[in-house]
Structures are given as structure tokens and as C-alpha cells.
Design a protein around this ligand. Structure first.
Ligand code: NAD
Length: 249
């Protein structure tokens, strides 16, 4: 049990994507977890899934829209009230709408930045209050496109580049509190986000460009999320780790 009795919040964990897989893996490693979704219905569904799949899980399911400061404050308050500490924050909530930049409105750009980048900033700022005394691990879900770019994803790539900046600055600033900050940058992970954005031809092309020959499953990622949350990575901070089957290097 690599996360025994640790308390972890995972944003964007109400759907069947990366966040939920990470939440489940943390439960299986002995952590107490908070799963969150921006929609009431998704959050309830995730609660039911967790109760069925991990009957012994010690967990909370809370509706959290990371663009709303009152939701973010409530998330941390409720978690602390239940377990008296917060050790791990996974900033995973994100959206990835694709549009040519010439058709992208200010509000299109703002929405993506508000969820992906500001959401990470807001949750991190709140986490510091609770982690300052005993330290903690903050893991952001970035993307390889935050460094390498991608057509039709100006807002998304900018938001992920912002997360890379937050990772480095926050790691430098928060080390004195023993708060570690790292980012996992996935390549292609076969979740609804990819299925909604990529047709079969694009996926086949990406698979051919990937040395390991395929897109990732969520299960391919969870090991690194566990590692960065656990004391195994006690001296690792400020890193951006690609998990992409070698797609970029
Ligand atoms: P997903 O759509 O299943 O997960 C995104 C999650 O973010 C959902 O649970 C959604 O409810 C949540 N969310 C959206 N808006 C929110 C808001 N305002 N407040 C709180 N939560 C909100 O897709 P996924 O692929 O599991 O994506 C998870 C993360 O992984 C995202 O940050 C995404 O950018 C990143 N990522 C995914 C891929 C990929 O190929 N799937 C690649 C690189 C990075």
C-alpha cells in the first residue's frame, strides 16, 4: 500500500477518464480520496461506480466547478473536515475544444484558460493553506502539446503551457513547505476527450508515429500518478514527465 492513509483530492474525476482511473488506483493503494465533477449527475454516477467497483473505499464525491472559487473553497473545507488533513492534490480537470484560431472567440479562449489553467491555479492556492504545515504533493495533468503545440488547439496548448509554468514556479516557491509540484504530460489517451476530438484516421496516424505503437489507456498512466503522490518521489519536484509511448522526444 503505497499511499496508506494519505488524503487525496482529484479534480475532473467524475467521468471515466484519467481522473477516475487515478482515484481508483489511489484507493487501491490505501488512500482516502475525493472524486469531483463539475456536473451533479456525473458526480453522482462516479459515486455509484466507486461504491460498486471499490466497496471498501473511504471516499467523498463532491460537485466542484474549478472556475468557481466558492466550489474550490468548499472542496478543501469538506475534505479537511472529514479527514483532518490533505496530502495530495491532482489538478486534472480540463477541456480540449478544437477550433481554428481565426474562428476562436475571446470567450472560447477564456473558457479553456479558466478551467485548465486558472482551475489549476485556484486549487493549488487553496491547497497551500492545508499542506503548508506538513507538506504535500501536487500533481498537474498537463499535455505534451503544452510544449510541442497542436493545430486548432491554441487555447488548449496555451493553457497546458501555463500549467508547465505554474509547475516550475510553484515547485520553486513551495519547496520550503515540503510541497512538491510536478506535471504529468500525457500524449494520446483513449478517453472521451480524444474520441470526441479525433477521427479514426487521425488516431491511426498518431499510433503509427508512436514508437510503442498505440495510444495509452488510463491504466498506462496511473503508475506515475501513484509514484508522484507517494513518498517514493520525495525528492522529485518541478518536473514535467511525458507519458506518450515515445510520441515526442
Ligand atoms: P475527460 O473529459 O474524461 O476528463 C476531463 C474532466 O474534467 C471531466 O471529468 C470533466 O467533468 C472535468 N471538467 C471539465 N470542466 C470542468 C470544470 N469547469 N470544473 C471541474 N471539472 C471540469 O478527459 P480526460 O482525457 O480524462 O482528461 C483529463 C485530463 O487529461 C485533462 O486535463 C486533459 O487535458 C488531460 N489530457 C488528456 C489527454 C488525452 O489524450 N485524453 C492528453 C493529454 C492531457
Amino acid at each position: 500500500m503505497r499511499l496508506k492513509d494519505k488524503v487525496a483530492i482529484i479534480t475532473g474525476s467524475s467521468t471515466t477518464g484519467i481522473g477516475y482511473a487515478v482515484a481508483k488506483s489511489y484507493v487501491n493503494e490505501g488512500a482516502k480520496v475525493v472524486i469531483c465533477g463539475s456536473k451533479e449527475e456525473d458526480t453522482l454516477n462516479a459515486k455509484k461506480r466507486m461504491e460498486t467497483e471499490c466497496p471498501n473505499a473511504d471516499f467523498l464525491a463532491i460537485k466542484v466547478d474549478v472556475t468557481k472559487i466558492e466550489d474550490v473553497e468548499n472542496l478543501f473545507k469538506k475534505t479537511y473536515e472529514k479527514w483532518g488533513k490533505i496530502d495530495i492534490l491532482v489538478n486534472n480537470a480540463g477541456i480540449a475544444p478544437a477550433k481554428p484560431i481565426e474562428n476562436m472567440s475571446d470567450s472560447d479562449f477564456e473558457l479553456v484558460m479558466n478551467i485548465n489553467a486558472f482551475g489549476t491555479f485556484r486549487c493549488t492556492r487553496e491547497a497551500i493553506k492545508y499542506m503548508k504545515e506538513n507538506g504535500g504533493s501536487i500533481i498537474n495533468t498537463g499535455s505534451i502539446v503544452g510544449i510541442y503545440g497542436s493545430p486548432h488547439q491554441a487555447a488548449y496548448t496555451a493553457s497546458k503551457a501555463a500549467i508547465n509554468g505554474l509547475t516550475k514556479s510553484n515547485a520553486k516557491e513551495l519547496g520550503k513547505y515540503k510541497i512538491r509540484v510536478n506535471t504529468i504530460a500525457p500524449g494520446v489517451v483513449m478517453t472521451d476527450m480524444v474520441k470526441d476530438n479525433c477521427d479514426d484516421t487521425t488516431i491511426q496516424r498518431l499510433n503509427m508515429m508512436t514508437p510503442l505503437g498505440r495510444g495509452a489507456t488510463t491504466e498506462d498512466l496511473v503508475g506515475m500518478y501513484i509514484h508522484l503522490a507517494s513518498d517514493e518521489s520525495v525528492f522529485t519536484t518541478g518536473t514535467i514527465i511525458n507519458i506518450d509511448g515515445g510520441l515526442v522526444m
